[in-house]
Design a binder for this molecule. Structure first.
Ligand SMILES: NC(=O)c1ccc[n+]([C@@H]2O[C@H](COP(=O)([O-])OP(=O)(O)OC[C@H]3O[C@@H](n4cnc5c(N)ncnc54)[C@H](O)[C@@H]3O)[C@@H](O)[C@H]2O)c1
Ligand SMILES: [Zn+2]
Length: 349
């Protein structure tokens, strides 16, 4: 088992290893105490891992309640958020009790926001079961729900008390969902770690414990310096400005990982065209993305993507900050006036 300690507004541990779920109850009891645990999960994950997890909680002496949402992004909504709060109240939960998110980023974001709000904040535990949740959404304390006007529009910064990542659970992921997570892993390698980039050229599954630990470590280091996302944390958006625009243009038929892969390719091409990195660096990034099976041809013209990007919530006034690779393992922020964006997008195509 590997351990990463996060020192943000809260200090907490992220545990990464095989078969951690059957003993998770005991670890949660040691970390938070409390009498009752609300397990928030989705129907797919509940069917696969619900029993194992609740048994371990009961064994640790907890009263266990479960709130199951249908799987998929559509569940990350205000109705479910309120329903969880009402359920907590009805079942007489207090601040010292626990909300545990067992699932991917959808479950984690929704449960985390509910935990942040119930009684102005109760104990929150993340048990990520997708690669994306393991390396990204379970770390760093962003929680959110979607509003009809857009994704993640309501939420809070709320750090968990503990993150337990049982990598055995990743075995049951559908291939395309696993690959979505790989896009984020590649992102970490490009922005911060040349050695990780080299490791990704070998089959990833046998190296998961090491690779997840490294990604989480990178995110931890960045979040420690910029918990509330006002500067450096924007490095984690590499590939996401173009990627979000591709997702939006496709009405979310292109997955997040698929969009980010296209985005990383486009942003690397533009970076090379503008002289931030050389062609070798650009080509290495494109090659690795293709090795993971990503289709990098961009299905939308630069002009349409650019219009979408300008309505992105990451825009600050007339400035939008892009991320450009300097070399493998090294990236920097490139703030740009919105008038320069069409040219950047064009160079990325
Ligand atoms: N908070 C953050 O910092 C942050 C960062 C990145 C993404 N996100 C959010 O994360 C969400 C995406 O997360 P996701 O990709 O994990 O999606 P998800 O939670 O919808 O999971 C994807 C699918 O995998 C299934 N699944 C989960 N674990 C499984 C397992 N072990 N075996 C088999 N199937 C399993 C789920 O039922 C679901 O159908 C988005 O809502 C995004 O906004 C948040
Ligand atoms: Zn992402």
């Amino acid at each position: 088992m590997e351990k990463v300690v996060v020192k943000a507004s809260k200090t907490y541990e992220i545990l990464i290893g095989e078969n951690l779920l059957p003993e998770a109850g005991g670890r949660i009891r040691q970390t938070t105490g409390g009498d009752a645990v609300l397990v928030v999960t989705d129907d797919t994950v509940d069917g696969l891992y619900g029993k194992t997890f609740t048994a371990s909680l009961r064994q640790a002496g907890y009263r266990v309640e479960t709130f199951v949402i249908p799987h998929g992004e559509a569940s990350k909504n205000a109705e479910n958020f309120l329903a969880i709060l009402n359920f907590l109240a009805e079942k007489k939960f207090t601040r010292s009790d626990v909300v545990a998110a067992l699932g991917g980023g959808v479950v984690g974001d929704l449960a985390g926001f509910a935990a942040a709000c119930f009684n102005r904040g109760m104990n929150f535990i993340q048990l990520p079961t997708t690669l994306l949740a393991a390396v990204d959404s379970s770390v760093g304390g962003k929680t959110a729900i979607d509003l009809p006007a857009g994704k993640n529009l309501a939420g809070a910064f709320y750090q968990p008390e503990l993150v337990i990542c049982d990598i055995k659970t990743l075995d049951t992921l559908r291939e395309e969902i696993f690959r979505d997570g790989c896009a984020e892993v590649i992102k970490y390698a490009v922005i911060a770690d040349r050695e990780l980039f080299a490791a990704l050229k070998q089959p990833i599954r046998p190296q998961l414990e090491k690779i997840i630990t490294r990604c989480v470590g990178i995110k931890r280091d960045i979040v420690a310096q910029d918990e509330f996302d006002t500067g450096l944390r924007q490095l984690l958006n590499f590939g996401h400005t173009v990627g979000h625009a591709v997702e939006a243009c496709s009405h979310f038929a292109v997955s997040h990982g698929g969009g980010v892969a296209i985005g990383m390719a486009a942003e690397s091409r533009a970076a090379e065209a503008m002289g931030f990195c050389d062609a070798v660096c650009r080509d290495e990034i494109l090659l690795l993305l293709r090795m993971y099976g990503f289709d990098l041809s961009c299905p939308y013209p630069a002009k349409r993507l650019c219009e979408k990007a300008l309505s992105d919530k990451k825009r600050r006034g007339d400035t939008i900050t892009l991320v450009v690779p300097r070399d493998i393992g090294k990236a920097e922020l490139l703030p740009m006036n919105v008038s320069e964006l069409p040219d950047f997008f064009q160079k990325g195509m």
